[in-house]
Design a protein. Sequence first.
Length: 375
Amino acid sequence: MRKTKKEMLMEVVREPKKSMDSILLFLVLLLVVWGLIFLYSTSAYNGRVKFHDPAYYFKKQLFATSLGLIAMYLVSCIDYHIAVKFAPLFYLASMGLSLAVLLFGQEYNGSKRWLSIGPFSFQPSEFAKAAVILFLTFLITNSQKKKDGIFWMAGIMLPLLPIVGLVGTNNLSTAIIILGIGVILAFISHPRYLPFIGIGAVGMIFIAVFLGMASYRMERLKIWRNPEAYEKGFQTIQGLYAIGSGGIFGSGLGSSVQKLGFVPEAQNDMIFSIICEETGLCGAVLLILLFALLIWRLMVIATHAGDLEGALISGGIMGHIAIQVILNIAVVTNTIPNTGITLPFVSYGGTSVVFLLGEMGMALAVSRRGKRESR
C-alpha cells in the first residue's frame, strides 16, 4: 500500500537523529591530543632558543588545530555529494595554487612549498591531497565506461599528471602520495588486479624521472645508502641515535637529549624519533597502533558507505593517512631515502593539521550517510 505524504513526513519526524561515527571521532581526538603533547615536548627547546618562548610552536599548532576542529565539525554537517559536485573546481584551484607556489612561493631548505598571505603562510600541496580525493571520486562515479581494463584506469590516472607534475617539482613526497591515492581509488572501483602491475611500472618510471630531474634528489639516495659518509646525513644518524637510545620504555616525556639541537627541527619530519627516545618501543608501538585503528575505522566506513561516492571518499582518506604514516616512519628509520614528509596530526604544520581534520570531517559525513541508508 502506497504511503501518503503525511505518513512519510511522520516517519521522518519519528526517525532518530543521525550521529557521526563515535569511534572515528574518538580516535581523531586522541591523536590530536597526543600530537599536541608530543609536539610541545619536542619543540620546547627550539622555541626557547629561537623565539624565547618554549610554547611558541605549541601555541601556533594549537591555534591551527582549533581551526581544524571547527572545519571538521562544519564539513561533517555537509552532504558530501555537494563537495563532489564542486570537485573539478577544487582541482583547478589546487593546480592554480601549485603553479603560484612555483612562481611566487617562499623557498625553505632549497624547496618552494609555501605561499605567504600577509602574516600567514599556506602550503597548497595539503589542499591538493584533499582536492584529488574529491576529483577522482567525481571522475569515477561519473564515468560512462565500464570500470574495467587498463584503458579505463589510464583515463582515471592521466588527469592527475598535471597536479603531480606541479607539486612534484618541489615536493616529490606529496606527488607520491597523490599517485598513491589515485591507485587506491582505482583499485577500490576496479574488479581486476592484473592491470595494477602495469600502473605500478608506469608509476615507478614516473618517480625515477622526477628523481633524475634534480641533483639533490640523487644525493639523497646516496645519503640513504651511507649517511655516515655525507654531512647531510647528520639528521638521519642523530634520528637513529634517538630511536636506539629510547630502549623499551624511553627516557621519559620531556627528557630527550637528541632534541637539544642534535636532531635539526625535531618538531617537523623527525618527531617520531624523539617520540621513540622519550617513550621507547612501547610508546612508538602504541602510536602506530592508534594510526592502525584509525585506518581500520576509515576502511569500515568505506565498506559500509551508502553509495560509491562515500566509499571512494573514505577509501581515499584512508589511503592518504596510511601512505603518509608509512612514508614518515620509513624515512625516520632510514628504511627509504629522506623525502621530507610529516607525521599526520603529530608533526608541526598548521596547514597539514587543518586539512587532515577537514578530511576527517568528510569521513564523518560519509559515516552519517552510511548509517542512514543502511537502515
